[in-house]
Ligand binder design. Structure first.
Ligand SMILES: [Fe+2]
Ligand SMILES: [Fe+2]
Length: 226
């Protein structure tokens, strides 16, 4: 059975991920590289494990997490769809069972807040893991070198990411809550900025948690929002 380690070591995957990152860099977006993919991969698997889905879907979620943004090698626009088809082709070429590859294809095709919906457990875990990765390390180094009093000139995504000191997903088995805890430096970015760009993503996270039969809770600087 194909594992996430096999996928990470695959030369075709490496080439496509390199191209995806170079396109995103050229467009000036926050990073979507191996760091982001690896975090989303780990968190997607961990979420399923912690809510008690401890079967092959855990590994499939890890693979979907690792590959979810490869569509950026084609075009940022509709990257979820192009990435889904690419992932299916790669995984079946590697020898993955058609059904498993199709489950991953469906999850990747639904990870973006513009067209995506939680249509399976793997998809729901992927959505939450992806939207949870907000962190200052995602802002490119040429941006992080800017002086703090110049932050108003940054685009809102960079400002929000730069202000995010920490983001972590936790599962509370007693209350059946999936918690996204974010620590934001409000000197760098008002919490409202966060909501401006993350509102749609947080709504999708809530639907994803609903699909799993859990409740999604957003906690910013120890304040519960959802
Ligand atoms: Fe994406
Ligand atoms: Fe992503």
């Amino acid at each position: 059975m194909i594992t996430v380690a096999d996928v990470k070591n695959d030369e075709e995957v490496k080439a496509i991920m390199f191209m995806a990152e170079s396109q995103i860099e050229a467009l000036g977006f926050t990073e979507h590289s191996v760091r982001h993919s690896s975090i989303v991969s780990k968190w997607a698997g961990d979420i399923l494990e912690q809510i008690g889905i401890k079967d092959r879907r855990m590994e499939l979620a890890r693979i979907a997490g690792y590959l979810h943004d490869i569509g950026n090698s084609v075009n940022r626009e509709d990257h979820a769809q192009s990435g889904a088809i690419l992932a299916y082709k790669i995984l079946t070429r590697m020898g993955m069972e058609y059904r498993e590859a199709a489950a991953i294809m469906m999850a990747i095709g639904n990870h973006d807040e513009n067209q995506g919906l939680p249509v399976s457990e793997i998809t729901a875990a992927l959505i939450i893991a992806d939207k949870a990765d907000v962190h200052k390390s995602r802002v490119r180094s040429n941006v992080t070198l800017m002086r703090t009093d110049n932050l108003g000139n940054l685009n809102i995504h960079d400002r929000v990411n730069l202000a995010a000191e920490k983001s972590v997903v936790l599962v509370d088995n007693e209350t059946k809550e999936i918690l996204l805890k974010i620590v934001i430096d409000t000197e760098k970015c008002p919490v409202m900025d966060y909501f401006e760009i993350y509102f749609k993503r947080m709504q999708l996270c809530r639907r994803a948690a609903d699909f799993l039969g859990w409740k999604f809770v957003l906690i910013i600087n120890d304040v519960r929002f959802l």
